[in-house]
Design a protein around this ligand. Sequence first.
Ligand SMILES: Cc1ncc(COP(=O)(O)O)c(C=O)c1O
Length: 465
Amino acid sequence: MSSATALDDPRINSRIVTAYRQKTPGSADLAKQALELLPSGIAHDARNVDPYGIYVARAQGPHKWDVDGNRYVDYFGGHGALLLGHGHPKVAAAIAEAAADGSQFGSSHPREIGWAKAIQRLIPSAERVRFTSSGTEATLMGIRLARAFTGRNTVLRFKGHFHGWHDHMAAGYSNHFDGTPTPGVIQGIADKTVLCTPGDTAEVAAALASNPDIAVIILEPTGSSFGQLPLKAEFLHSLRELTAKHGALLMFDEVVTGFRTTKGGAQQLYGIKPDLSSFAKIVAGGLPGAAIVGRKDILDLLDFAASAKAGREKIGHPGTFNANPISAAAGIAALTLIAENPINETADATCAALRHGLNEVLTAEKMPWAVYGTTSGFHLFLNPKNRAITPATFDPFEASFDELKSPPTHVVNRMRLAMLVNGVDLNPRLGGFTSCTHTQQDVTDTVNAFRESIRMLKAEGELPA
Ligand SMILES: Cc1ncc(COP(=O)(O)O)c(C=O)c1O
């Protein structure tokens, strides 16, 4: 954890930590200042790095540079928002043009129509679109719509699946798997949430059969954390059948999968039409912005005329930055690029090459780990139970929830720092995303950095030599 003690802790005797400190004095200085201003010195829990994270000055394509001038190959990818890489020229030009026109009109504007059309072009289930400012807001509105539409109260979620940080989504993502409320969340919310085991059709069927109050099933359709804990297509199809049978709605949280797994998201990949879907990140071209989309009869609950005609109270939904014109411009540019170019195919091919190269390193270094993933995502399996595995053929369906989701934190942190020392920024789970701008040279650099990092951890006694 970042803290005043950790930053200056003289007890840390690690060549990796020392090398990291030597490489990043500017970041260390800023981190110290930040501790006096921001809780843990950060603005997002995933940016919590021990002893401190890098401070980035600028980014372009697949790279970012910290305040000390060090370049990193970036796989954090703006939390998944940057399928097009940093600062894509067409997106940057659209942003500049829109910014010159004004940032906030307090009125409807043409770009919000273009944005909704760009979404509909790729996502046929988006009969109607309501823009929000973040993915968290989109899933919150999705739940509200589902409750109002079905007249039911309970939300069925899956352990380990992330849908933002609002009250309904706090328990059961990284802790509180028994569904008890996290600090600041009331028991009443927990009482109306059912947490199921991902992939367990029988458990979901039993929950729906025994609880007629379930309004909606929401999930990350490729599995927790972009398939770190993957799901099978059959499971998704069974959710579609079960929700239809029991009168509950099915909501795909496509905040990360949207426009990444395929141009049409996970719903296109699996050929499933959810009732509702949430999008963020790529949908707004890497700027703040999100949307809840889906069936017209459900989104009509937000419609003044439709609600009046039906004689029911409309769901209220203000939001100062809903469909912000600059985000709209970035979103239109990004979605048009994705619709008209082999963006997904390029990012997917690079990621496949990366996974292959990293697994070759693991084999050569005799490390019982594995790199796995699909499309433009990769995950590092740290094999906490020391299973007998072959890196290249590791099947994550054979590992348990705890093995996949709870790797040894100390090794994760040291590996993350070692990769930064060697010029690569991974996400806090030691995985990441490729963009369409990562090149074969980036893959080669990353594979070399990975080999070097493993050797550094071995030399430090963190891994068996
Ligand atoms: C699957 C998923 N849903 C929802 C969210 C929340 O989106 P935001 O961070 O825009 O609130 C995230 C964010 O990472 C996410 O990964």
